[in-house]
Design a protein around this ligand. Structure first.
Ligand SMILES: NC(=O)C1=CN([C@@H]2O[C@H](COP(=O)(O)OP(=O)(O)OC[C@H]3O[C@@H](n4cnc5c(N)ncnc54)[C@H](OP(=O)(O)O)[C@@H]3O)[C@@H](O)[C@H]2O)[C@@H](O)CC1
Ligand SMILES: [K+]
Length: 493
């Protein structure tokens, strides 16, 4: 599915109004279509419109006019007396009753026409008050274009947001519906077309069908040498995380690779050695339980088909030198995760710009803060542009991890919102790195494709797991047991 940001929506909207159709006519078309879709889902007797002061409020008043024509009782609550011209025109045409205080909620349907893509800051208190009362009423809510309170681009909410049963959005889904609080702001989504000029400035929303057919057939006449060598370098005396890293290595196997390697500092080698006998565990030179840069030890690792580095390693100048060694000498794809990200954020990012290998970076928001030197709020408010700009500047593929992950190689951008809150636990990131390095070693696909596929595998596995295990009780290890179901899904036409 393709989504757009509010900036793109505003651009095509204003182009349409200036060159093709007057805004009042678009509003009429929008209101009529909103009414039609509303009646497809509901058969209301008494409807309350929540009417904002501008475009979204105008849409609600048009919709109300159509419902009145059908003999439905419709009242309008106006949050402001200061209306835009189009909204005022439709107020004058509306024949129902007006309220300037929220009336008693004895209705059977609420229409949210307070604010659409024009939300520009934290909600004013009177809006928050109305939203909370309406959400608590448990009445069905139909939101127009965007649930009020949700930023149409970032999905961030501003103090409160409408939790709609049905959201009817104009022309294209907006990216904010797939990010942050946007994810919890509606249950069902419908799209109406009102003749806004098309665009191709899309953010792709990943879907199951995108991944059909990505797995090659495994011929009978093959051996483990046919399927790639995937390597994880991780661990330190400070964060041994033995089980998690070992499971991550095991996840490489679950992607189909022939060999899974785990290299750890020598002091912690024994912690990992026989946790999973099928993983080849080796030690790297180290100081005080932390990796030590040693070119001779790294050279043999250049033959690996993928390398993921950073999990549980602690920040150090030696780790930085190890990363630089791979950036200059490795010729496949290197995954930088966790302390590899923190280390290059601390010691300098410029080597990323001049490298031999391809790089995938997997920061969560806090790590992104360190990498991009931007504040949490700035990232949350503008995650799509920031991820794309970053990927472009350093010529990397980025997975900006959050409730939904944003993936970009600097040119294309996609959102992966597979998964559920069971993933909001320590170890999910390590699991993703295991999957990523396995996918990269096994399949001949681009880092961007591997990033999208890996987010789908992890997220979807958690969805399958949640059919049998409660989200609260699920661990990353439980989730990885369901990876098999995702592979079955990929293979089923
Ligand atoms: N051609 C078109 O344009 C078409 C547009 N269409 C529809 O119009 C919608 C866009 O309309 P829009 O741009 O007029 O803005 P909209 O979403 O109604 O909100 C602006 C109002 O919200 C208010 N407000 C903002 N932030 C606030 C806050 N924090 N707290 C409180 N208030 C806040 C702000 O008030 P102010 O800040 O000025 O006091 C302003 O009055 C779009 O989503 C679609 O539904 C369709 O009819 C099709 C054609
Ligand atoms: K709305």
């Amino acid at each position: 599915m393709e989504a757009i940001t509010k900036e793109v929506m505003k651009k095509i909207d204003s182009y349409t109004c200036q060159n093709i159709t007057k805004s009042i006519d678009l509003m009429e078309e929008a209101g009529a279509s909103f009414a039609k879709v509303t009646l497809k889902y509901y058969n209301p007797k008494r409807v309350l419109l929540l009417v904002g002061s501008s475009g979204n409020g105008g849409d609600a008043l048009v919709l109300g006019r159509y419902l009145l024509k059908m003999g439905i009782h419709v009242d309008a609550y106006l949050v402001s007396k200061n209306l835009s011209i189009d909204c005022k025109t439709n107020k004058d045409l509306f024949l129902g009753d007006f309220y300037y205080e929220l009336p008693k909620l004895d209705y059977d349907l609420i229409i949210d026409g307070l604010i659409g893509f024009g939300l520009n800051s934290k909600l004013k208190d009177n809006y928050i008050d109305v939203i909370e009362k309406v959400n608590h009423s448990k009445l069905p809510i139909v939101a127009l274009d965007i649930p009020t309170g949700i930023d149409a681009t970032s999905g961030i909410s501003y103090g409160a947001f409408i939790k709609a049963d049905l959201l009817i959005t104009i022309e294209y889904p907006k990216t904010g519906l797939f990010l942050n609080d946007g994810l919890d702001s509606y249950k069902k989504l419908e799209i109406i077309s009102i003749g806004i000029t098309p665009t191709n400035e899309f953010v792709h929303i990943n879907e199951i069908n995108d991944f059909k057919g990505v797995l090659p057939k495994r011929n009978r006449n093959t051996n483990k040498g046919s399927y790639g060598k995937a390597l994880i370098i991780g661990g330190s005396y400070k964060y041994p995380g033995a089980s998690m890293l070992a499971y991550s290595s095991l996840n490489q196997f679950k992607m189909g690779v022939g060999y899974s390697y785990l290299y750890v500092p020598k002091e912690v080698y024994e912690l990992y050695a026989l946790r999973h006998p099928e993983v080849i565990v080796s030690s790297l030179p180290s100081i005080d339980g932390h990796i030590k840069y040693d070119e001779e030890a790294l050279k043999p690792l250049l033959k690996m088909d993928s390398i993921a580095i950073g999990m549980g390693m602690d920040i150090s100048i030696d780790l930085y030198e190890v990363i630089l060694y791979f950036l200059v000498n490795y010729d496949k794809t290197l995954v930088l995760d966790a302390d590899a990200l923190n280390t290059i954020a601390k010691y300098g990012m410029s080597p990323l710009k001049n490298k031999k290998c391809k790089v995938i970076m997997t920061p969560h928001i806090k790590e992104m803060e360190r990498l991009s030197l931007r504040g949490t709020n700035e990232i949350l408010n503008n995650p799509i542009d920031i991820a794309k700009e970053f990927a472009n500047m350093y010529d990397v593929t980025i997975i900006l991890k959050s409730a939904s992950s944003i993936i970009s190689d600097g040119k294309s951008i996609s959102i992966s919102n597979f998964g559920n809150p069971s993933l909001a636990k320590g170890g999910s990131g390590d699991t993703l790195s295991g999957i990523l390095s396995g996918v990269l070693a096994y399949l001949d696909i681009t880092p961007f494709e591997a990033a999208n596929l890996s987010c789908y595998i992890l997220g979807r596995a958690s969805e399958f797991a949640s059919m049998e295990i409660e989200e609260e009780c699920m661990s990353p290890l439980d989730i990885s047991k369901y990876i098999n179901k995702v592979f079955k899904e990929i293979k089923n036409e």
